[in-house]
Design a protein around this ligand. Structure first.
Ligand code: MLT
Ligand code: MN
Ligand code: ZN
Length: 303
């Protein structure tokens, strides 16, 4: 299995266009600290890749990854489709940038697909430009990403948090309330597995069981601690109130990650207020001592 990290920032990116917080200022002064919106690419088969979440940066993310660039034919692209973990804007707006495609697959949970079709009207908007093939991302079984490859995916529910634009969605509009999943990626050929969960409101037993079996676990690192959004003035809610388990503290995910045997244990989806956006922050050492790292844009993971 081959995974390519395309971005590691929460909504807004680092730097965020309207933000002059220390994290964003640091990224403007030191280009190496810039982070694009969180996304990974999965190689499903020879020259057939799927991106997990379509971010507003998707075109630049493709351009910066040799394996995702088009060719040899003039309009030949290795990008076969998108897998969505949720319906949040930072994970879905990039679909509009794929309108030049001849067509692409989108794997999503039913509530996510319905929100994109009935609220963002992405089906109607993209229809005149390209063919979007909606495919179900199931929870109780795995589905192959492509017919000829060995990679399979499934979702594990980690949150019922709806995007703000669908906060008032009637229950009849959604077939179930699985709004956010952790993506389980497995390779039948190598027997390896990875979990990708850029947003987690909870760490359910089903997720823990899958994490214990996984070779690579990449999780929500939006906020360092629960008070960070209030302390930095970006929100009146705590991290958990915003649907993101913090890294440290009683509800923190670092304790859970540290207990796993996975070779790769990584954080992604960093908010620009997170102290980890500064590579010299002591918090990096604290994590490293527990075998945990922060994912970086461009990182390649082979399992
Ligand atoms: C989130 O991760 O909680 C969302 O992307 C928030 C947002 O940017 O609206
Ligand atoms: Mn987000
Ligand atoms: Zn900022």
């Amino acid at each position: 299995m081959l995974l390519q990290v395309l971005g590691t920032a929460a909504g807004g990116g680092i730097p965020q266009w309207n933000c002059a917080c220390p994290g964003c200022l640091g990224a403007r002064a030191h280009p190496g600290r810039r982070r694009r919106h969180a996304s990974i690419a999965i190689r499903a088969a020879q020259a057939r890749w799927f991106v997990v979440n379509a971010t507003p940066d998707i075109a630049d993310q493709i351009e910066d990854s040799a394996a995702l660039r088009p060719g040899p034919g003039p309009r030949e692209t290795p990008l076969a489709g998108v897998v969505l973990t949720d319906a949040e804007l930072d994970h879905t707006l990039g679909m509009a940038r794929l309108r030049e495609a001849q067509g692409f697959d989108v794997f999503a949970a039913p509530a996510v697909r319905d929100a994109l079709i009935t609220r963002l009207r992405l089906g109607e908007v993209l229809g005149p430009y390209t063919g979007v093939a909606w495919r179900e991302l199931p929870r109780t079984r795995s589905v192959p990403l492509t017919e000829n490859g060995s990679i399979e995916i499934s979702g594990i529910k980690v949150s019922g948090k709806r995007p703000r634009y669908a906060a008032d969605a009637e229950p009849h509009e959604v077939s179930d309330d699985t709004w956010v999943v952790a993506l389980r990626i497995s390779d039948r050929e190598t027997g390896t597995a990875a979990l990708y969960a850029p947003a987690m409101a909870a760490w359910p037993e089903e997720f823990d069981a899958a994490a214990r079996e996984a070779d690579c676990v990449i999780v929500d690192g939006t906020f360092w601690d629960d008070e960070e959004p209030r302390r930095t003035g970006i929100s009146r809610r705590t991290a958990t109130g915003m649907g993101h388990l913090p890294i440290e503290g009683p509800a923190g995910t670092a304790d859970r990650l540290a207990k796993l045997g996975a070779r790769h244990r990584l954080y992604t989806h960093l908010n620009n207020t997170n102290p980890l956006v500064d590579p010299d922050a002591p918090q990096h050492r604290a994590l490293a001592e527990r075998g945990i790292e922060v994912a970086d844009d461009g990182m390649v993971i082979e399992l």
